[in-house]
Design a protein around this ligand. Structure first.
Ligand SMILES: [Ca+2]
Ligand SMILES: [Ca+2]
Ligand SMILES: [Ca+2]
Length: 130
């Protein structure tokens, strides 16, 4: 009788030990998962930092205030607004009017047909001819 109860105590102690070991393993697992997630989010943070640096890099254009691709000096030379990327407000930015569409960046309707250059480009009509 005494022997079996000692055995029972030993058995329940072992059960407690196994339970404790299981808990430790579970805790280690949770810690590992947290470390893994931290590493992952740090990686993402590094990525977004890189992206931020790129954006900050793009901000470094003191000579192109409106960032339309034309320098302030060039805009002054052409009589355009250095602070508005679309001087004539026709939905086409100054640089693409000059380089892409060859339209007048100071005239919202270059060919004077009553349709704004931006609308003509969207409608695929020629903004430079009727
Ligand atoms: Ca500009
Ligand atoms: Ca324009
Ligand atoms: Ca037009």
């Amino acid at each position: 009788m005494q022997g079996s109860s000692q055995c029972g105590i030993l058995f329940s102690a072992m059960k407690k030990l196994v339970f404790l070991l299981f808990m430790i393993l579970a805790a280690v697992g949770v810690v590992m998962a947290v470390i893994w997630f931290e590493k992952r989010s740090n990686g993402n943070e590094n990525l977004s930092n890189t992206a931020k640096n790129t954006v900050q890099g793009e901000d470094l254009h003191p000579d192109d205030t409106d960032r339309d691709g034309l320098s302030n000096a060039k805009e002054k030379e052409l009589g355009l607004s250095a602070t508005t990327f679309d001087t004539d407000g026709d939905s086409l930015d100054d640089a693409s009017e000059i380089d892409v569409w060859k339209t007048d960046p100071k005239k919202a309707d270059t060919d004077g047909d009553g349709v704004r250059d931006g609308v003509e480009v969207m409608d695929k009509t020629n903004p430079r001819g009727r």
